[in-house]
Design a protein around this ligand. Structure first.
Ligand SMILES: [Zn+2]
Length: 164
């Protein structure tokens, strides 16, 4: 039987790249203005969408508010609206490109719940296909992705451009 993906997603991030600073990676990356290198897909006023560099499936995207907070209840109406808008946009794009059979969409609040960056809230969008649980298993950290992140980034950003 297939696992419920909702259980801890054991997020992992490369923090070494930014080891010189204690600053939060979700604050640093959008400021670098190297969106393609950082796999940032698109931005709104209050939030941005970025590919997860440790994807659980092709197209695994995160929606991240620009404001640094770990307090879910502090998310404002405007932030919520942007997060929703980006989530809708990404679902539409991912459906168009990859035709998944389903999605897991959600948020891990706190390290105990599986958040890799517990200090900055971020929402996950994970496309799912029949039979993908083989490499989605929880016993291995290594996943063989049939598409490079660079290719995924290219496909999604092109689709976003055409979506305007
Ligand atoms: Zn932050």
């Amino acid at each position: 039987m297939s696992d419920i993906m909702w259980s801890p997603w054991r997020e992992k991030f490369v923090v070494n790249q930014h080891s010189s600073s204690e600053e939060c990676i979700f604050d640093v990356l959008p400021k670098e203005n190297k969106d393609s290198q950082n796999f940032i897909l698109t931005r709104t006023v209050h939030a941005y969408a970025m590919l997860n560099i440790y994807p659980y499936n092709i197209g695994h995207t995160m929606i991240i508010p620009f404001r640094h907070t770990n307090n879910y209840l502090s998310i404002t109406k405007d932030e919520n609206q942007d997060i929703q808008l980006l989530t809708n946009k990404m679902i539409k794009i991912l459906e168009r490109i990859y035709k998944p059979s389903g999605f897991n969409i959600g948020i891990n609040i706190g390290r105990i719940a599986g958040a890799g960056i517990p200090d900055h809230l971020h929402w996950h969008i994970v496309p799912r296909w029949e039979g993908d649980t083989g490499f989605m298993g929880t016993t291995s950290n290594t996943r063989v992705m049939p598409e490079s992140l660079e290719n995924t980034y290219k496909k999604i950003t092109e689709a976003l451009l055409n979506d305007r």
